[in-house]
Design a protein around this ligand. Structure first.
Ligand code: DAH
Length: 351
């Protein structure tokens, strides 16, 4: 009989453990504790025992009952809570927000620049990132061995040299698209190009990366003069940076423009004053203006390279860095251009 108690104990434990629903658990309870259940059958045996045996047996049956009861209860709790979990829906709980990414900051800047120039009739183009030396230099009035080429520290490609076009280079500036655009339009102005593309120069520090972007404007038509250049610069400054911004042209030298200028924009913090209302020096610009990039009136030799009559047509051009221009706009005072390309989500998602 002792054995029976033991085996009932272990079989009940097994059966309860295997039960998967409250309904089955209910049926199991009946199978043990019902009027004709397994425990009842065991209790019936009591009558056949001696007084001493009765006491001992009765005690063990009671222990068994308690054991089964407790196991049933524990199982009941488990099944009950997991069923509740399945069926219960908290309609007030906030939903799970899918993570939404966005275009890279530089791509966003390129889109915005494109839209701004499109509104005044410029066509967005892109020209090869690997180009001939001729388009990057000769066509831009920089003959072979001209020292001005040094300013455009250049990656040369290990490829056969062309008699006509020279070596192959990783395009060091978007100006190499100027004569290509003249060719694309069959040397027939009007030209209103905005060339936005990757450029390469072997530099790596807080304000330089070996791969960066420039946007290059080129306008060629009859009667184009410096006031058109200045007007377009101001139009861009106001649209990209805000209505209170304007530009100034500062004399400079480029081989492919004559005259040439560097374009400055009035500082967004002190608006060109260099001083704050309390009389202290503006910490961002220190003198009221910040340099944006180069520009000028297209040199007649460049028009000639593009087979355009420089007696009939004139033009202006400008070329600025996209990353630099974006960094000046963002107002975050980014102090390292390389952050833009470190692919650190924690940085990128702040914008
Ligand atoms: N290509 C020049 C550079 O990378 C920038 C530049 C200056 C472009 C004057 C122009 C220009 O179109 O007219 O430094």
């Amino acid at each position: 009989m002792e054995n029976e108690i033991e085996s009932l104990k272990s079989s009940s434990q097994k059966e309860i453990a295997e039960t998967k629903s409250l309904k089955d658990l209910e049926a199991l309870k009946l199978a043990y504790f019902g009027a004709k259940g397994k425990v009842a059958l065991l209790t019936k045996r009591l009558g056949t025992l001696s007084l001493a045996e009765k006491a001992d047996f009765g005690k063990k049956v009671n222990e068994l009952k308690n054991y089964i009861n407790q196991t049933l209860n524990t199982k009941y709790q488990t099944l009950n809570t997991s069923t509740a979990k399945q069926e219960w829906l908290d309609v007030t709980a906030p939903g799970i927000k899918p993570e939404i990414g966005h275009l890279h900051l530089v791509t966003q800047a390129i889109e915005e620049i494109t839209r701004i120039f499109e509104r005044i009739g410029f066509t967005r183009v892109r020209y090869p990132e690997i180009d001939w030396e001729w388009y990057a230099f000769e066509s831009l009035n920089m003959p072979k061995n001209h020292p001005a080429r040094d300013d455009f520290e250049t990656f040369f490609i290990d490829a056969p040299t062309s008699l006509q076009y020279g070596k192959m280079v990783l395009s060091p500036h978007t100006s190499s698209g100027q004569v290509r655009e003249m060719e694309r339009l069959n040397h027939k102005p009007p030209i209103r190009m905005i060339n936005i593309a990757k450029c390469y120069r072997p530099n790596w520090d807080v304000s330089h990366i070996p791969m960066f972007h420039q946007f290059e404007g080129l306008v060629v038509d009859e009667g184009i003069n410096i006031t058109h250049l200045k007007g377009v610069m101001d139009y861009f400054a106001k649209n990209f940076f805000g209505p209170k911004r304007e530009t100034r042209l500062r004399p400079f030298h480029f081989q492919f423009t004559e005259p040439s200028f560097e374009v400055d924009i009035n500082c967004g913090v002190c608006l060109g004053k260099g001083k704050l209302p309390d009389g202290s020096t503006c910490r961002l610009c220190k003198e009221g203006w910040m340099e944006l990039g180069g520009s000028g009136m297209v040199h007649p030799n460049v028009l000639k390279a593009g087979k355009i009559d420089s007696n009939k047509y004139t033009g202006f051009a400008f070329g600025w860095g996209v990353e630099r221009t974006f960094m000046m706009k963002s107002g975050t005072k980014l102090d390292d251009i390389r952050l833009l390309y470190s692919n650190d989500i924690r940085f990128l998602e702040q914008f």
